[in-house]
Design a protein around this ligand. Sequence first.
Ligand code: UT7
Length: 328
Amino acid sequence: MGLKILGTGSYLPETVVTNDDFAKIVETSDEWIVKRTGMKERRITEQPTWVMARHAAEAAIADAGLSPEEIDLILCTTVTSDYITPSMACVIQGAIGAVNAVALDINAACAAFVYALDMAHMYLQHGYRHVLIVSAEGLSKITDYTDRSTCVLFGDAAGACVVGWSDKGFAASLGSDGTGANTLFARRPLNDVPFVEQVDPQSVDGFPDVGRAGVLYMNGREVYKFAVSAMSRALKEACEKFGTTPEQLDLIVPHQANLRIIQSAAKELGLPLERFYTNIERYGNTSSACIPVGLAELGAAGELKPGRKVGLVGFGAGLVYGGCVFEL
Ligand code: UT7
């Protein structure tokens, strides 16, 4: 049993931040950013993350030709939920009137859309008919704009997909390596509880002391090394489970962390770069929103044609990775 994309949607905030804008606030240049990452612009907003999510969700449901009442399950992926509780999925369920949907969030960082798709596939096998996956990230809220090594990389966006049952197959390969948790993280700020002794979080979790809580820290080189091998491994394994090979994929939508990572993965897989969809130059890294935003753009361009074999692949904080393959 497989899975079919019934509709896609996305939301990109209006405010565009260029590489030259960054050169005004940190020691960097358009040349460095383009050469090392492939990024030229990204979008940012002060809107709550769930508002972006709502726009993308409504667009995907309309694209699927469904009404919100026909959604059985909402899976939201985000590392920047506006609330500690409730889940963003419940906030969206209420906002769009998906009164019959079960709703929950998934935190698997930049690989979360692939994790959500794999979960949707399992729910579909148990009788759920229409699953809405919404990936929304307001990364500008957790970006340290004094740290040039990270601030130029991230942007805000939301992407969504409605998926349903198909008889054309689906396979995924997911993995986690928690020993790399301290290479990419944002620590939650501590509460000042007047009655308890405060502990130094560093002394209990062994993570590097990198200043402010609440903003992203990344050891870029370590994550880079993980990313290249994880991308090709995840895609190869997913293809194997599906009964195909990477060469037979018509289209691959990868996580958009760095153009050089995508180029290296393409090389390792022996595939032409053109097979990989990229929009990194326009939006930067929007974590779990990258892949569904790409799918929505491909959908709008008429590229999600029946019969095509698609591969999706992501990796990120955790460290986690996930690849999946299905036929449109
Ligand atoms: O979404 C999943 C998580 N994200 C990723 O997967 C990202 C993975 N990592 C990367 O994409 C790359 O490691 C970066 C783009 C983050 C950095 O590129 P790099 O080629 O690995 O650079 P580097 O960290 O080795 O730094 C090289 C130099 C350093 O200067 P020194 O020490 O050689 O003097 C950095 O301080 O580049 C410097 N640098 C910058 N220079 C200008 C770092 N950031 C910048 C910058 N502008 N924005």
